[in-house]
Unconditional design. Structure first.
Length: 55
């Protein structure tokens, strides 16, 4: 209940975006390989940002 008002950290936001991009890439992999590769690249860029954040 107390977590209801807790704001997401920058890292949590990036991790959620990373997960969404990977899911989109997986879904697109069966229909449009080029878009799937683009989503995978974007997810990789997000992962690099996550790695650069201080812990």
């Amino acid at each position: 209940m107390f977590g209801l008002f807790k704001k997401k950290s920058e890292k949590e936001k990036l991790q959620a975006e990373y997960k969404k991009l990977l899911e989109d890439a997986h879904r697109l992999s069966t229909t449009n390989r080029k878009l799937s590769d683009q989503k995978t690249y974007e997810a990789d860029q997000i992962l690099k940002k996550i790695d650069q954040l201080p812990e």
